[in-house]
Design a protein around this ligand. Structure first.
Ligand code: DGI
Ligand code: FE
Ligand code: FE
Length: 202
């Protein structure tokens, strides 16, 4: 397990241990363990794909920072930072990443847009995702405790080619949401259109 990363002050103003302590205060133990597994998985994928390890660590650890905040915090943040009013039609599943990124910026002092976009897009993906965004999107999906039909295919494809993993997740999440009559956030459709037809074998 990698725990000896040095953070640079322009990326996070503190040590990894200090970041962990701040995240632990926000999350129940189960969720706190999940984000640490996502960090380790993100580091492995980052290493394999030439992505910055410090950013993979910070984005992995912070991706669910806002997951346990009350709805009022998100609604207030949408208003304070004049985020798209359509966001008010969704709930925690969408807010914790898209709106959570603003909380991370202002509460943790993380301004790196690649890290913030990795958090913003970790649930829905996006038509364009940087390598770091792809790493975090996949790490959240395949971390070792994930156990759903297809997760082994997702792990195998992601190890073969990161973008194939992205296509697999985009397709399977959309199919799952449709099966369960859930509202689809438009960005989830954009992700499907941008990634899945390119990889017709997933
Ligand atoms: O926060 P995690 O549980 O680690 O994982 P996540 O952030 O990837 O997913 C949170 C939930 O969001 C998951 O149950 C799937 C759901 N989700 C993903 N895309 C959409 C969505 N829910 C809705 N309603 N619409 C979407 O487009
Ligand atoms: Fe999440
Ligand atoms: Fe997560």
């Amino acid at each position: 397990m990698v725990t000896e990363l040095t953070y640079h002050a322009n990326i996070f103003p503190g040590t990894r241990d200090e970041l962990l302590a701040k995240i632990e205060k926000q999350l129940k133990p189960k969720r706190f363990k999940h984000v640490q597994r996502v960090e380790q998985t993100a580091l492995r994928l980052a290493e394999a794909n030439g992505v910055d390890l410090e950013k993979a660590s910070i984005a992995g650890l912070t991706h669910d920072y806002a997951k346990q905040r009350p709805a009022e915090d998100f609604i207030q943040t949408i208003k304070d930072y004049q985020l798209a009013p359509e966001l008010l039609n969704y709930g925690n599943a969408i807010w914790h990443g898209v709106v959570g990124a603003e909380l991370i910026k202002h509460e943790l002092g993380i301004y790196d847009e690649d890290i913030l976009n990795a958090v913003r897009h970790h649930t829905t993906g996006a038509a364009y995702m940087s390598p770091l965004e792809q790493v975090v999107y996949m790490a959240d999906f395949i971390e070792p405790a994930r156990d759903f039909p297809g997760v082994d295919d997702a792990r195998r494809l992601t190890d073969k080619e990161l973008a194939m993993g992205v296509a697999y997740q985009a397709k399977h999440t959309l199919a799952y949401l449709i099966d369960n009559n859930q509202p689809i956030y438009p960005k989830s459709l954009d992700t499907y259109n941008a990634w899945v037809p390119q990889y017709p074998n997933v």
